[in-house]
Design a protein around this ligand. Structure first.
Ligand SMILES: *[C@@H]1O[C@H](CO)[C@@H](O)[C@H](O)[C@H]1NC(C)=O
Ligand SMILES: *[C@@H]1O[C@H](CO)[C@@H](O)[C@H](O)[C@H]1NC(C)=O
Ligand SMILES: *[C@@H]1O[C@H](CO)[C@@H](O)[C@H](O)[C@H]1NC(C)=O
Ligand SMILES: *[C@@H]1O[C@H](CO)[C@@H](O)[C@H](O)[C@H]1NC(C)=O
Ligand SMILES: *[C@@H]1O[C@H](CO)[C@@H](O)[C@H](O)[C@H]1NC(C)=O
Ligand SMILES: *[C@@H]1O[C@H](CO)[C@@H](O)[C@H](O)[C@H]1NC(C)=O
Length: 639
């Protein structure tokens, strides 16, 4: 009896606590590196089919088609002197003494490529996809060491905005860490060293505005207090921001520095509890065009390396920077608030301006703390460690916008996650790679609908709208809760929402806010879909296992015998709900049907007719088949 209770428990635990669907995908559009690339940088311009991948002393120019990948490989060697010096120092590791490409950016029509160059960073220009020359030309450029770190394990961020390159360099030995404008026609500016405490950068994003001069860039990073006691948390997650119109201060104050830099503390954890995730590893922002409404997703870890995602409202962050008190400054502001974006032709050189410069120089931090939406990390039902994340904003059938997160994991999987106002839902898990290495980098192209995923061994491209995988019924399509996909009533197919779709025609069915397919209105049709039983011949005394493939991991699976007189739970259930010879299960003659239940619907997945002592050949086959073979055979039948 107890045995059965345990089994039933196992079956119920399965629902909810995992991705709903699991796909093993091996697209033709994949590229294998000749040698493992332990660090990869990526550049992709939306709307194209080309991905630039920076590796060890090489730039791969990969052009993807649905049939395969065309590659051009451009060697970018380090200077021999730099390698010799690096090896003499053996710092930090000898295998890092090479030219790891850390930055690839397109500035107007010029590609800028920067690499570690064995500890003494250098930048080049990429011309005609083949030739590399040292950077020159119209714009002014900062030192390569302000754009690329000296070693690949150290992180830098680069972002192109309005024809200027912005670079955030994490603190490394001999470099305090900085946020700079490093290339372009605008004045090159930097942060003052005292504004940042050993920053480790996690991301950057342009925050658009309907008024051009109000456009900002947010930088995401963690600061480390190296003198913190062992019982103190050394990490503090931060958002820093600058105005893109910033042209620096006056001769005597902030001459070559930002005059609009402000930073705030970011919390990720449950309320004010001790359980906080303070180390921000990566951050992405979703905003609509010309709109400050939006969301920022941060990937955080705690001291034990556990990863979580926190979501923040861009409006909240913006409000904090525009209204909060400044730390250590209590006098009222006279005139415009310091740090706000102002048009260049206004207030330059006024008395207020000088005073405000002083305020910004000594009080860049705001008092308000930025807290996540829902005052807690997203409740992601997975234990996977997340290594990389990208996000997309999708206009659904109901004309609302929904966020979709793509989370790369330590095991080389990608989780596709729907984030609605109320909850997070793991739509599916993709297994893309033969080798189980962590996802190192991803790039998303919302325009073309592609996701690029890179690991140490390969890069693969997958479609964002993968609607054909969800099955051929309205119910399956709607229960997928994939914002890209909807059930087309006329064509009776699960299809990607066409661009510019207008819901007045009511042709498409979708329900993203709940796992509920009642919108399909096909309850009666589904009540009992019978399958034709497959015959299995068994000797009377052999053990036999009947497999039933699990498709939705949010459904419950069980077996019925003959006329549903009795139910049998799965013996074990991972990718299969298996019926095996346990007490009270007369696995002899009869018809066994596997029944799945989800969202109030029941359907038959597969059925077997067991026949005793049949033809000699068949009988001996069945008895010599082990469980695994039988399962494997069943998989073949079922596909
Ligand atoms: C790049 O290609 C264009 C057109 O093919 C050619 O005119 C130009 O000279 C090339 N530039 C370099 C640096 O080779
Ligand atoms: C890029 O183009 C913009 C607009 O045409 C121009 O203002 C800027 O100076 C250019 N940047 C560089 C580095 O040439
Ligand atoms: C770093 O931690 C030490 C020890 O708690 C503390 O005295 C110091 O003020 C901290 N530094 C900063 C910049 O917070
Ligand atoms: C949808 O189509 C209707 C009628 O054709 C039109 O009045 C409406 O403005 C359209 N809505 C959108 C969002 O384009
Ligand atoms: C099955 O039963 C037959 C006869 O009843 C016996 O000879 C055979 O050894 C049994 N096989 C197994 C695996 O128990
Ligand atoms: C689905 O939604 C319908 C209509 O809103 C409701 O009546 C039904 O109870 C819901 N089903 C489930 C399983 O929640």
């Amino acid at each position: 009896m107890n045995y059965f209770v345990l089994l039933s428990l196992l079956v119920t635990v399965m629902g909810g606590k995992s991705p709903r669907l699991k796909f093993v995908v091996h697209e033709h559009s994949r590229f294998h590196f000749n040698t493992p690339e332990n660090y990869i940088s990526m550049y992709h311009q939306e709307g194209t089919n080309t991905l630039y991948v920076g590796g060890q002393a090489i730039v791969y120019v990969l052009t993807f088609t649905d049939r395969g990948v065309r590659d051009v490989q451009i060697p970018v060697a380090s200077d021999q002197t730099a390698i010799d010096t690096c090896k003499a120092k053996a710092a930090p590791l000898e295998r890092e003494c090479d030219n790891f490409i850390t930055v690839i950016q397109k500035v107007n029509d010029t590609f800028i490529v920067c690499g570690t160059n064995a500890g003494s960073p250098r930048c080049w220009m990429l011309v005609n996809e083949t030739v590399l020359t040292d950077v020159q030309g119209s714009g002014q450029i900062a030192a390569a060491s302000d754009i690329s770190p000296p070693y690949p394990s150290q992180k830098s961020i680069s972002l192109l905005a309005d024809g200027s390159l912005y670079s955030a360099m994490s603190s490394v030995e001999g470099h305090a860490g900085s946020i700079r404008r490093t290339f372009g026609s605008q004045k090159l500016l930097k942060t003052e060293n005292i504004w940042l405490l050993n920053p480790q950068f996690a991301g950057a994003a342009i925050i658009p505005s309907s008024q051009k001069f109000k456009e900002e860039i947010y930088f995401f990073f963690s600061e480390i207090n190296k003198t913190a006691r062992v019982d103190e948390e050394p990490y503090r997650a931060r958002i820093g921001r600058i105005c893109m119109v910033d042209e620096g201060g006056i001769k005597t104050l902030l001459a070559d520095s930002w005059t609009t830099f402000m930073k705030a503390r970011v919390m990720c954890g449950a309320g004010n509890t001790q359980q906080q995730y303070n180390n921000m590893k990566q951050a992405v922002v979703l905003t609509a065009q010309d709109n400050r409404a939006g969301v920022m997703y941060g990937l955080f870890s705690n001291a034990w390396g556990r990863t979580v995602i926190c979501a923040y409202s861009i409006e909240d962050i913006n409000r904090a920077f525009s209204t909060s008190k400044l730390k250590g400054y209590s006098s009222p502001f006279t005139g415009p608030r310091p740090g706000m974006c102002v048009r260049k032709d206004l207030t330059v050189g006024s008395q207020n301006d000088v005073k405000n410069l002083g305020v910004m120089r000594y009080h860049p931090e705001i008092e308000d703390v930025i807290r996540p939406v829902g005052v807690a990390p997203l409740d992601l039902p997975t234990d996977d460690q997340i290594t990389h994340t990208v996000a997309d904003i999708v206009r659904a059938v109901n004309d609302e916008h929904y966020s979709v997160l793509y989370l790369g994991t330590e095991q080389g999987k990608v989780l596709k996650v729907l984030h609605t106002n109320k909850e997070v839902f793991i739509i599916s898990q993709y297994s893309l790679f033969h080798n189980e290495g962590p996802v190192l980098n991803m790039a998303i192209d919302s325009q073309k609908g592609h996701l690029y995923v890179g690991t140490v061994m390969e890069v693969q491209r997958v479609p964002l709208a993968d609607c054909g995988r969800y099955g051929d019924t309205c119910r399956e399509c709607v229960l997928s809760r994939d914002p890209y996909c909807a059930w087309d009533k006329t064509r009776r197919k699960c299809l990607a929402i066409p661009p510019g779709y207008n819901d007045t025609s009511k042709e498409l069915i979708q329900n993203l806010d709940h796992s509920n397919s009642s919108v399909c209105g096909e309850a009666a049709a589904l009540k009992q879909r019978q399958t034709s039983p497959r015959e299995v011949v068994v000797q009377s005394n052999t053990s036999i296992f009947l497999p039933c493939p699990v498709r939705s991991f949010h459904a419950t699976y069980r077996w019925e015998k003959d006329n549903c007189n009795k139910n049998y739970p799965c013996l074990f259930s991972r990718d299969f709900c298996v019926l095996g010879p346990v007490v009270d299960t007369p696995l002899k003659e009869g018809v066994f049907r596997c029944i799945a239940t989800e969202d109030g619907f029941k359907w038959e997945v597969v059925s077997f007719r067991l026949v005793n002592d049949g033809k000699l050949l068949a009988a001996s086959l069945a008895s010599t088949l082990g469980t695994s073979l039988l399962l494997a055979m069943a998989t073949l039948w079922l596909h």
